[in-house]
Design a binder for this molecule. Structure first.
Ligand code: IMP
Length: 177
């Protein structure tokens, strides 16, 4: 385990199992459709790479980058840093996210997708931190509930570090206070 990690919350094996479950559910829910799967950079990358293996549909994959976070707090001012590569007019969009925390980011991104002409927009998040929610928005597909602690790994960072850890763990307080 990395020296800055207090404890491991979710192992790599558990995440892979969950991706199989969620992928199968999405495959069922979108039968006959070709959803446009959008990963939010950078946190969703490992989760996106894992879950798409288990979505048995002809999907399109794209990434979008928005900025709203610095340090451990989201400021709600969501700006597009890297836009989608293609038009999503008439598409069923699935947003892949690492964590829903206050909900500010996803709320704005969901609106952006509808403004771009998406037919439907659903959210699939690896983690959900319900306790911190400020906006009434929920992911349609959730991997794991996490407590109100700052978590890193499997894509999640603190100041761009720890994204490469193969598990989700709680960061030691002394590393971010
Ligand atoms: P929200 O707008 O507050 O829901 O923030 C969502 C974004 O904040 C996520 O995509 C993460 O990048 C980041 N975030 C929220 N909580 C954590 C955490 O515990 N660890 C790392 N990043 C987090």
């Amino acid at each position: 385990m990395h020296k800055d990690i207090e404890k491991v919350l979710i192992s790599e094996e558990e995440i892979v199992e969950k991706c199989k479950e969620l992928g199968a559910q999405i495959t069922k829910d979108y039968e006959g459709k070709n959803p446009y799967v959008v990963g939010l950079l950078k946190g969703s990358v490992p989760f996106m790479a894992e879950i798409v293996k288990y979505i048995d549909l002809d999907i399109e994959v794209d990434y979008m980058s928005v900025s709203s976070y610095s340090g451990t707090e989201s400021n709600g001012d969501v700006r597009i840093v890297k836009d989608l590569d293609c038009s999503i007019v008439g598409y069923d969009v699935i947003i892949i996210e690492d964590i829903v925390d206050t909900g500010k980011t996803l709320n704005k991104v969901k609106d952006m997708m509808y403004a771009k002409g998406a037919d439907s927009v659903k959210i699939c998040s690896l983690l959900n931190k319900q306790e911190r929610r400020l906006i009434d928005i929920n992911a349609d597909y959730v991997g794991f509930e996490v407590p109100n602690e700052f978590v890193v790994g499997f894509g999640l960072d603190f100041n761009q570090k720890y994204r490469n850890l193969p598990y989700v763990g709680v960061l030691k307080e002394e590393c971010y206070l």
